[in-house]
Design a protein around this ligand. Structure first.
Ligand SMILES: [Zn+2]
Length: 167
């Protein structure tokens, strides 16, 4: 149980940002089918055209650019492109991306951005919610990807315990 739980809408943004998994080399927004699967898993309307897919990728790129890692320069072009998509959505309920736009607005209105973070490890880049008391967590606690054919690795907390035990 974390000290502070995110808004439901911010959870949706977190999940959307993580439709790309850098470490495992997987991207749900590589295809219309992948995007449909993600939307359906969120309980959202899943009628997706190739144009929707392109807009979703633009939105995600801007979202991930907004979730800066420490010392990174903001990618203003990505963010501007994402905002252009958001403006065009105009909160239409029949658009598969409308829920993302609403989540973006709710996250802004709720002041949730500072706790939605992107792991600064470039091989990882996982987006996570920082529910710590002081909001100073910088890295995700995701277990590392197991190499193909290997047995499942230890859980994230087990890895941390091992790391802490090192001199
Ligand atoms: Zn990470």
């Amino acid at each position: 149980m974390s000290y502070r739980e995110p808004l439901e809408e911010t959870r949706l943004l977190e999940s959307f940002a993580n439709t790309i998994d850098v470490e495992r080399g997987a991207d749900l927004l590589e295809s219309v089918e992948g995007m449909r699967a993600w939307l359906a898993a969120q309980g959202l309307p899943a009628h997706v055209t190739p144009h929707d897919l392109a807009r979703a990728r633009t939105l995600r790129q801007g979202l991930r650019a907004r979730l800066l890692a420490d010392g990174e320069q903001p990618d203003r072009r990505s963010m501007a492109a994402a905002h252009a998509v958001l403006d065009g959505l105009a909160l239409r309920s029949d658009d598969p991306l409308a829920a993302i736009a609403r989540a973006w607005l709710a996250t802004t209105a709720g002041g949730e951005w500072p706790r939605l973070k992107r792991c600064p490890d470039r091989r990882c880049g996982w987006v996570f919610w920082d529910g710590s008391r002081d909001g100073t967590r910088t890295r995700c606690s995701r277990p590392p990807a197991a190499s193909p054919g290997a047995s499942p690795g230890p859980s994230g907390s087990a890895v941390l315990t091992v790391l802490r035990g090192r001199p």
